[in-house]
Design a protein around this ligand. Structure first.
Ligand code: FAD
Length: 427
């Protein structure tokens, strides 16, 4: 309940906005072909430690995707062409080379714009994004592989969270004692000692952690009655005890509610990114090769974004990274920390968790790119804004757009699940 720190709005406002207006629209959009397939490399080696053994837990496996619609692949690259001469063509879009298409989901790129894009992405991106042509990259059907309880826990999971909080979140400038327990980093006295940007970084990561843990509590393996039959499904549902263990104020020494508020903080941050990039996103083709579907998706995106824009208390990113040289340095540090977190996702020892971890970090990285690249800081007028963005060669790849909407979808669902847990706890 109550106000969300570092934002000018309350939990109650977001609950009703999300549960009544955003969630139903977003949920139906994410069932569409364009948004349900995501290309990802789950086979990358962990760059930070050697013993990154993958767990063999049955519910950690990701089902392969065998029937990806051809149109989604979007472009064909001739592997024989040297990279500097690489020509990228749009598949099935009628060979359109209209300049208005440049930059649209990165499907039709000339050599110059591809080079520009690579330079730009290296400079502005907040994530190490998988090269979608790399060996091991595959399309995954997100609906077939829902985020839920997997049984991934213990030292491997803790090492990931610890390395995110201890080594890749910012620390207060004063020495406030040893970081023996990484959960200390969210303690009030630590956060108060940090500047807004560093607090925002912590809150975003903690909000993502909360969201993951809400999902695993809401789609918990309640019964594995099927014993040794590996093809059989278990029974999944809400585990109120698991949720309370993680978020009840009394069981968490008061930390649970703060962690839930961080989820709301992250929701506001991604909501703002969608609103800010709305003219750009609305101008996308959402190409799948099925004209009718593509038109429906475009309409549904425009409808969703009009609701997103109508939210009265958007997160104010303009209060961050202001003040010349120091601010630019801080922004660079912020970006480096976040990039490291995106690489840590390749160390997650459970494929299903790795999939959703990578997707949500890519989505958040895309939101940060929208908020802080400067490309959308133009006059309110939508047309002016869009043409200014086009001049900068700003581009989002298909994988970034899919990740952005799905990541926001996860947060939206988490907020809805809080209402479900509230009702179930009262019974
Ligand atoms: P953890 O959640 O592991 O937390 C460790 C410590 O961090 C806690 O003791 C607490 O001190 C602190 N902490 C907890 N929550 C927060 C917060 N919100 N903010 C700040 N500090 C916090 N498991 C699944 O079943 N399904 C999944 O899809 C899944 N995806 C995952 C994705 C990633 C990237 C990672 C790293 C883990 C994932 N897990 C998943 C594992 C899950 O997040 C937990 O690590 C696991 O359930 C063990 O929980 P725990 O109670 O030991 O505490």
């Amino acid at each position: 309940k109550g106000a969300i720190d570092d934002c000018s709005c309350s939990v109650e406002t977001i609950d009703s906005f999300n549960n009544l207006k955003i969630y139903p629209r977003l949920n139906s959009l994410l069932q569409q072909v364009f948004f349900r397939y995501w290309k990802v490399n789950l086979n990358k080696k962990c760059p930070f430690w050697e013993d990154d053994g993958r767990c063999a837990i049955r519910y950690c496996s990701v089902q392969p995707c065998t029937d990806v619609p051809e149109g989604l692949k979007g472009r064909a690259v001739d592997p024989d062409i040297n990279k500097s001469q690489k020509e990228v063509k749009s598949l099935g879009s009628g060979g359109c080379d209209d300049e208005n298409d440049l930059g649209f989901l990165n499907t039709t790129l000339s050599k110059e714009s591809l080079d520009d894009f690579e330079k730009w992405a290296a400079h502005d991106s907040f994530c190490y994004i998988d090269d979608d042509d790399s060996e091991g990259s595959e399309y995954v059907d997100l609906l077939l592989n829902p985020e839920r309880y997997t049984g991934y826990t213990g030292p491997s999971a803790h090492r990931i969270w610890r390395s995110i909080y201890q080594e890749n979140c910012f620390k207060p400038s004063r020495n406030l004692g040893p970081y023996a327990d990484f959960s200390n980093i969210g303690a009030d006295e630590f956060l108060q000692d940090m500047c807004l940007e560093k607090r925002a970084f912590y809150r975003a990561v903690s909000g993502l952690h909360s969201s993951i843990n809400i999902h695993l509590s809401a789609r918990y393996l309640l019964s594995d009655q099927n014993g040794f039959d590996v093809s059989a499904e278990g029974i999944w549902g809400h585990n109120v005890g698991e949720f309370q263990r993680r978020f009840d104020p009394e069981l968490t020494g008061g930390e649970g509610p703060k962690r839930l508020k961080n989820l709301y903080f992250l929701y506001l941050l991604e909501l703002r990114a969608l609103a800010k990039a709305a003219p750009y996103l609305e101008s996308q083709e959402f190409y799948t090769g099925n004209e009718e579907d593509d038109r429906d998706v475009k309409r549904a995106v425009t409808d969703l974004l009009s609701i997103v824009k109508s939210f009265p208390d958007h997160f104010n990113e303009h209060s961050m990274f202001t003040g010349g040289h120091q601010a630019a340095k801080l922004k660079e540090e912020f970006r480096e920390h976040f990039r490291n977190i995106s690489r840590i996702m390749d160390c997650v020892g459970c494929d299903k968790c790795r999939l959703w971890g990578k997707l949500q970090i890519t989505g958040l990285g895309t939101a940060l790119k929208i908020l802080f690249s400067g490309n959308f800081d133009h006059p309110i007028d939508q047309q002016l804004n869009l043409s200014a963005v086009k001049q900068t060669n700003f581009q989002l790849s298909r994988e970034e757009v899919v990740a952005l909407f799905n990541a926001f979808g996860r947060l939206s669902r988490s907020i809805l699940e809080l209402e479900n847990f509230r009702q179930k706890s009262q019974r």
